[in-house]
Design a protein around this ligand. Structure first.
Ligand code: TNX
Length: 570
């Protein structure tokens, strides 16, 4: 599958005294009383090749396993980014294990007791002191994980690679690791080596916060869900006919007036700049880049309610709470419109550390032909002036190419000569095929929420396509990655969001991450099945797809379950 070196790049364990040994935290007696150790016997052991998304290369050693105990310590290369990942690992493991898991900056990789070591390797380009560190061929997002009876050793060239290795470690522990309260079990990780790195650099999900508004807390939890499956972009659809959700100082009524509505007539809502910064920084700590979308020139009714001078007839429309599309647009013939766009995109760019600004461009049915392409070309240049790269829905394809331009393809007919032509002119693609990757499509006819215009999408349909070959006459080298959009016309709560995300989001994540050679529906459904108990334990709502052989018995003691369970909420 790969020519990656399998010999250990990490030094052998040192026999030096452990300077960080701390008294182990003992779980409370009350917690212990609530446990039924026998239930753990029902839990199937996790195998090294159970990870989702499937790693590039797995070499199991069935004779070895590492057991996390109250004496386990975490060691990490002295580097702020690596240290943050080690702290994150400790925070993930402490609630369920009840162990202290002290973290120490220490370039020596092992102590005398069981350790989890996170080593930041030297990148070939890095300067002098790094010569003490091992090097890998794992790239900016890859990692190598070695599990032996003595230690768990994780090595990567970047903190991002370490972060993904941590997500793998989490999945290799029993499902009880997702428990918010301490559980007694044998915290074993299966032995062997994993070498892993992503197939595509861009792996994302989109949340439409415009049709229904979702709180900052909801968005942070969605980011956590992305991070579990090694997705690295959250596209926020911040504006639409039904609501404008981001504060803009130069046009304040966009958020205060334009944000005060949503589908169905609810109160809507908006993010202050501080809210948005919180989202961005929570995402950054999980190695997720936020991609903000300001949808133009259509999907703009909420902006027109706030500022009628942007409307072609200069009249304020009523707030819109329905679910039709394509009726609204900002006036492409008025210079004020371009001032508005420059102000808004300038402020959003200044708030956004990531390289992308998404300008929508979809379903502008009333802005046609040259008027539309002229508008888009101007908007693209405004994005470039902010220093960001432009992303837009694939309706942007006919407009002139601009350096770094990315089109997000949401079609259902993979024979799309207009998009293929834009690719020949230099565009790269994010693939979100409506009939495979749209998380707002119903799973089955009787799914109580969602659409069906692109068909019904259960897990197999979400999984069985190849981003590298999907669009006719587009080479895989032009594919930046994949994204699963969740439109929220009928999605009104965090429970609804999770129900539509799980279990399809991991399927899309695997398409974005795993080498094509690992693609195998039968294997995937078996691996995915083991995640049901994880979601249940973490209190994540999911669709019990009949396509997946979910385990029948609970694998953690009931008393330790989080309040929500995995029964469908609809
Ligand atoms: C199409 S996909 C839209 C959205 C709707 C969605 C519903 C795209 C770029 N535009 O405005 O919410 O369908 O599935």
């Amino acid at each position: 599958m790969s020519s990656l070196p399998i010999s250990s790049p990490t030094p052998e364990p040192s026999a030096a005294a452990d300077p960080v040994a701390l008294p182990a935290h003992q779980p409370e007696a009350a917690d212990l009383a609530a446990r039924t150790a026998g239930d753990d016997l029902l839990a199937p052991a996790v195998r090294l090749d159970d990870v989702v998304p499937a790693p590039e290369r797995v070499e199991a050693d069935p004779t070895a396993s590492f057991v996390l105990t109250a004496d386990t310590t975490i060691r990490v290369t002295a580097d702020p980014g690596a240290r943050a990942v080690a702290d994150h690992l400790a925070e993930l493991l402490r609630p369920a294990t009840g162990f202290l898991l002290p973290v120490a900056d220490d370039t020596r990789t092992d102590g005398p007791t069981g350790t989890l070591t996170l080593t930041l390797a030297a990148t070939p380009a890095s300067p002098a002191p790094a010569t003490e560190r091992p090097t890998t061929d794992l790239g900016a997002q890859g990692y190598r994980l070695d599990v032996t009876a003595a230690a768990v050793r994780l090595v990567a060239d970047t903190p991002t690679g370490l972060f993904y290795g941590v997500q793998t470690i989490r999945q290799l522990l029993p499902a009880a690791v997702e428990s918010p309260t301490p559980v007694t079990t044998r915290w074993a990780l299966p032995g062997g080596t994993i070498l892993d790195r992503p197939r595509f650099p861009y792996r994302g999900a989109m949340l439409d916060v415009a049709r229904h508004f979702f709180t900052v807390e909801d968005v942070l939890r969605v980011i956590d869900h992305l991070a579990r499956y090694k997705l690295n972009h959250l596209h926020l659809h911040l504006t639409d006919d039904q609501g404008w959700r981001i504060a803009v100082d130069s046009w304040p009524k966009l958020a205060t007036v334009g944000g005060a509505s949503e589908v169905g007539g609810g109160p809507g809502g908006r993010y202050t700049k501080a809210d948005y910064r919180r989202i961005v920084s929570h995402a950054a700590a999980r190695h997720v880049t936020v991609v903000p979308e300001i949808d133009l020139p259509g999907h703009t009714n909420a902006a027109l309610v706030a500022y009628p001078q942007l409307a072609p007839d200069k009249l304020a429309p009523p707030p819109y709470t329905g679910t039709e599309v394509g009726f609204s647009y900002v006036d492409p013939a008025d210079e004020q419109t371009y001032d508005f766009i420059a102000d808004v995109l300038g402020e959003v760019a200044a708030l956004t550390p990531g390289p992308w600004l998404h300008i929508g461009g979809d379903e502008a049915f009333k802005v046609k032909g040259a008027v539309y392409t002229d508008f888009v070309e101007r908007a693209q240049r405004i994005v470039a002036d902010t220093g960001k790269a432009v992303v837009g829905w694939h309706q942007l394809a006919p407009a002139a190419h601009l350096d770094g331009r990315v089109l997000q393809w949401w079609g259902t007919d993979a024979d799309d000569p207009t998009t293929a032509d834009a690719v020949r002119r230099g565009a790269r693609l994010i693939l979100s095929p409506g009939n495979h990757a749209y998380l707002d499509m119903k799973y089955a006819q009787d799914t109580p929420i969602g659409h069906d215009w692109a068909g019904l999408i259960d897990v197999r349909r979400a999984y069985d396509w190849d981003p590298g070959t999907h669009i006719a006459d587009v080479p895989s080298t032009a594919v930046l990655g994949v994204e699963a959009p969740l439109w929220t016309e009928s999605v009104t709560s965090l429970t609804d969001i999770e129900f539509m995300l799980f279990p399809r989001l991991p399927a899309i994540a695997e398409l974005g991450w795993s080498p094509r050679a690992t693609h195998d529906w039968d294997g995937f459904r078996e691996r995915l099945a083991g995640h049901g108990p994880r979601w249940s334990t973490a209190g994540i709502t999911f669709h019990r797809s009949p396509e997946i052989p979910w385990p029948a018995t609970p694998t953690v003691p009931r008393q330790n379950r989080a309040p929500r369970n995995d029964t469908e909420s609809h």
